[in-house]
Design a protein around this ligand. Structure first.
Ligand SMILES: [Zn+2]
Length: 287
């Protein structure tokens, strides 16, 4: 199984160290939308999808001008999963499955670019996005992203646990190495996606946390604006905080077996992307 780490949208909100932990208060920061493209024997699997082509070309019609403005989104078509899949030499039709941490606009925008793909997620999350009960949910979920009527596959957790976490195994039509791990709190059905790489596990923790320092077992830290932001965006604060504690424990106790990353932290993303490009350089050097 080959795994590519993709950044499927760059966001550059102002705020310096209040957002990123360093820099002047009026300086722009950098956030990513960290997605995975997994080459499997059953086709390509995308984990999270970032912003889609329509989002970057006509944001007012989908994600809204406010989001694009406040987050100072780069809106570059070349960053969409669609363009990056093509740049890797694949046809978009080869992306047969998309597994989502949740349906927030910056995670689900790309699903519209792969209308033939099956979209996997927690049942509670799809329900929340279709119902959009609260004001916050009406802002965060954009029905334009699923106007094409995706082939949904929804799940409830059950069965054998994963490192003590409830999980969903054997996602429909996917290899057994890909699991859904409920991490509720940020949204009602928010989940992480665990992938057995054959050389240890990767856990895409979505928006369960936003800053790499949150998982530091010795000195947990989070820049103040990011902390405010995660509180504003939470649907269940107690569950969110509890799940962050559990992720911290997982990181502390199983660091050799599980590598965890969140959706928007550029430090974590760069670590993986650099490793991937140096591994590729190694492949080319060996040829
Ligand atoms: Zn997000």
């Amino acid at each position: 199984m080959r795994i590519h780490h993709l950044n499927c949208a760059t966001l550059c909100p102002i705020g310096g160290r209040l957002v990123s932990g360093s820099g002047g208060l009026t300086s722009r920061t950098r956030m990513v939308c960290h997605c995975l493209l997994i080459e499997t024997a059953r086709g390509l699997v995308l984990v999270d999808s970032g912003l889609g082509l329509r989002d970057v070309e006509t944001p007012a019609h989908t994600i809204g001008r406010e989001f694009a403005f406040l987050m100072n989104a780069k809106l570059d078509p070349a960053e969409t999963a669609l363009h990056q899949v093509r740049a890797l030499g694949y046809s978009p039709d080869e992306v047969r499955n998309i597994v989502l941490t949740h349906l927030d606009l910056d995670h689900a925008g790309g699903i519209a670019d792969f209308p033939k793909a099956k979209v996997h997620l927690h049942a509670v999350e799809r329900e929340a996005a279709l119902q959009r009960k609260t004001r916050l949910e009406r802002q965060r979920y954009k029905s334009e992203h699923w106007a094409h009527g995706p082939d949904w596959a929804v799940y409830q957790a059950g069965g054998e646990r994963w490192f003590g976490f409830e999980c969903v195994r054997d996602l429909s039509g996917l290899p057994p190495e890909i699991l859904l791990i409920p991490l509720f709190g940020h949204t009602r059905g928010h989940s992480g996606i665990a992938v057995d790489t054959g050389k240890g596990w990767l856990l895409h923790a979505g928006d369960a946390y936003f800053y790499h320092g949150e998982l530091d077992p010795d000195r947990r830290r989070c820049p103040p604006l990011i902390d405010v932001f995660q509180r504003i965006m939470e649907i269940d604060g107690r569950a969110r905080v509890r799940n962050q504690e559990r992720l911290r424990d997982l990181a502390r106790e199983n660091s050799g077996e599980v590598r965890i990353f969140s959706a928007h932290d550029p430090v974590e993303y760069d670590r993986f992307a650099e490793k991937e490009s140096s591994a590729e350089a190694g492949v080319y050097a060996a040829k």
